[in-house]
Write a protein that binds this ligand. Structure first.
Ligand code: HEC
Length: 148
């Protein structure tokens, strides 16, 4: 009996796995990646206000946000799936055609946000500013090429 139950469970897990893969429909993927970008921009925007002196610099809060952005930067990539370049999206079909370049841009974002999170720990604006600038360039560089 135990063995039958185990086989049943294995079958259930296999079915559940298949369902998960199939559930990634383009509309969900668009929604997912937009959510990740929006959350990223929320924190990055506040950090920008501090870097530009429009808001008082709070080292602890800045560092917390930098860590969040570094983690969030890893999320959007899996939302760029086949069939998700039409509909309610600003993502350009060029992403599929120039996939290596796009992926390189995402990897660069992950690296640059990690460097910014590291710089943020110093509490030293002289280190933070250039690192922040590099991240900003990553955002803009990719948007110029791959976003409406
Ligand atoms: C490698 C490419 C790439 C990088 C790097 C990148 N983005 Fe984007 N971003 C996109 C694409 C593509 C879209 C369009 C997504 C869609 O509409 O499906 C987008 C959309 C957005 C949106 C709009 C989300 C919405 O709800 O429509 C915001 C905000 C955003 N990005 C902020 C940022 C910020 C801030 C950074 C840097 C910290 C960044 N992005 C870095 C490619 C990138």
């Amino acid at each position: 009996m135990k063995k039958i139950a185990a086989i049943g469970l294995a079958g259930f897990l296999a079915a559940a796995t298949t369902t998960t893969v199939m559930a990634a429909d383009p509309e969900d993927a668009i929604h997912y990646r937009k959510g990740a970008f929006s959350a990223m921009a929320w924190h990055f925007g506040t950090m920008g206000a501090m870097v530009k002196g429009k808001m008082d610099y709070d080292a602890e809060d800045f560092s917390r946000r930098a860590d969040i952005v570094a983690q969030l930067s890893k999320l959007p990539m899996e939302g760029f799936i086949a069939g998700s370049y039409e509909g309610d999206t600003d993502a350009l079909p060029a992403i599929e055609k120039e996939w290596d370049k796009f992926e390189g841009g995402m990897n660069m974002l992950v690296e640059n946000t990690a460097a910014l999170a590291e710089a943020a720990k110093s509490g030293d604006m002289a280190q933070i500013k250039p690192a922040f600038g590099e991240v900003g360039k990553s955002c803009k560089g990719c948007h110029d090429n791959f976003k409406n």
